[in-house]
Design a protein around this ligand. Structure first.
Ligand code: KDG
Ligand code: MG
Length: 402
């Protein structure tokens, strides 16, 4: 069996997605997601110029060997562009293997560990009252877990203030838009939001919050401590994680559970955090961290240290990643939660899929492979549109982490 051809499909049904389609000499095909928000074309070039020529003629059944070939063989290891390209190949090959075997991918991984996967949605507002209302909306839709973000008075477009109720999309401008940040103001405001949320809805639902890399370790420790009375499911990306050791200070000062990893590419980004039990949830996901083949290695390492998974699932990961993540989540023994930021109807139409939402959970489909396809004719109707994530500056003009 051989890989006969492969191509990259770029489509923008509301936002940009990069999809790899691999076709075998037996007519079976598989698809993988290669979307890198705001840097899409870098992955397109990497795939078209450097990966696809190597794939032609290879045996698609040899998923592990092809992974090693692309990882070791490039000599230049890791990084978001390389690892997304490898992830796309990996997803497409698991899809092909599943179709060949007549089995859903979760069965190839080892079978179901659970019937359904708890997900969390994004409740946003430009102030506390709006976010409290938005959380109520998610509770009404049946969600058991909700991420709450609020605008902060005096900060221009603080992170997480959505424009749509369900389809929050931060990459919204042809060049990066400018937002603001002020840690003091955020530290004064965010705990008050959780106080009001618990006073309004009680403690039955899981509440989450994303610090989006904004705080220093000391500030993050302070925030974690102030949030303790509100019993969060997790505090995410409380401080940048290039220096994994930075989480030790946070950990020493708060029992608020910590999550990190949506921008991690490999197990090496998380190794110290996991081995030193500095986090509770690892957020690496299929498209970000080299596909199912690599993500399950991260999950296995995490399991040794009682760290659970919480795959990134924002709208900039296509339904192909969501489908693969659900197969992974349904299998992985140390599952924690799955992020589920809904795609627009246009996106769902371009990527027909067999997973479904029910009672605060996503349920994986039974189709052989990963269960997500692409309607190429429809995809062609939505050409690529340049779109960047915003940048953030402090009041004095200093560049900060968006
Ligand atoms: O492209 C960036 C988004 O994926 C990111 O801002 C979303 O932080 C995010 C989250 O937790 O979903
Ligand atoms: Mg995040």
């Amino acid at each position: 069996m051989k890989i006969q051809s492969a191509k990259v499909i770029v489509t923008c049904p509301g936002r940009n997605f990069v999809t790899l389609k691999i076709v075998t000499d037996q007519g079976v095909y598989g698809i993988g997601d290669a979307t890198l928000n705001g840097r899409e074309k870098a992955v397109v070039a990497y795939l078209e110029d450097h990966v696809i020529p190597c794939l032609i003629g290879m045996d698609p059944r040899r998923i592990e060997d092809i992974w090693q070939y692309l990882y070791r063989g490039a000599y230049w290891r890791r990084g978001p562009v390389t690892m997304r390209a490898i992830a796309a190949v990996d997803m497409a090959l698991w899809d092909i293997k599943g179709k060949m075997a007549g089995m859903p991918v979760y069965d190839l991984l080892g079978g179901k560990s659970r019937e359904r996967v708890m997900v969390y949605g994004h409740a946003n507002g430009s102030n506390i009252d709006e976010t409290v209302d938005a959380v109520g909306h998610y509770i009404d839709m049946g969600y058991k877990a909700i991420r709450a973000q609020t605008g902060v008075p005096g900060i221009k477009d603080a992170y997480g203030v959505g424009r749509g109720k369900l389809y929050y999309e931060p990459a919204d401008a042809a060049l990066p838009s400018l937002t603001g940040w002020d840690t003091r103001k955020a530290l004064n405001y965010v705990p008050r939001m959780f106080e009001k949320l618990r006073a309004t809805y009680g403690f039955d639902h899981h509440l989450l919050h994303d610090g989006h890399h904004r705080y220093t370790p000391q500030e993050a420790a302070n925030l974690g401590k102030m949030l303790e009375p509100y019993q969060l499911f997790w505090l995410e990306d409380c401080t940048p994680a290039e220096n994994q050791e930075a989480f030790r200070l946070v950990r020493q000062h708060t029992v608020t559970p910590l999550a990190v990893g949506e921008i991690f590419n490999t197990i090496w980004d998380a190794k110290d955090l996991i081995q030193n039990q500095l986090i509770d949830y690892i957020r690496a996901t299929v498209v970000g961290a080299g596909g199912l083949t690599h993500l399950r290695r991260i999950a296995d390492l995490a399991a040794l240290y009682q760290v659970r998974t919480g795959c990134h699932g924002a709208t900039d990961l296509s339904p192909v990643t969501m489908g693969c993540a659900l197969h992974f989540d349904t299998w992985v023994p140390n599952f924690g939660i799955q992020e589920y930021m809904r795609h627009t109807e246009e996106t769902d139409a371009v990527f027909p899929h067999d997973y479904r939402f029910e009672d605060g959970h996503l349920i994986v489909g039974e189709t052989a492979g990963h269960g997500v396809d692409i309607d190429e004719d429809l995809a062609a109707k939505y050409p690529y549109k340049p779109a960047y994530l915003p940048v953030a500056r402090l009041e004095d003009g200093t560049m900060w982490n968006w």
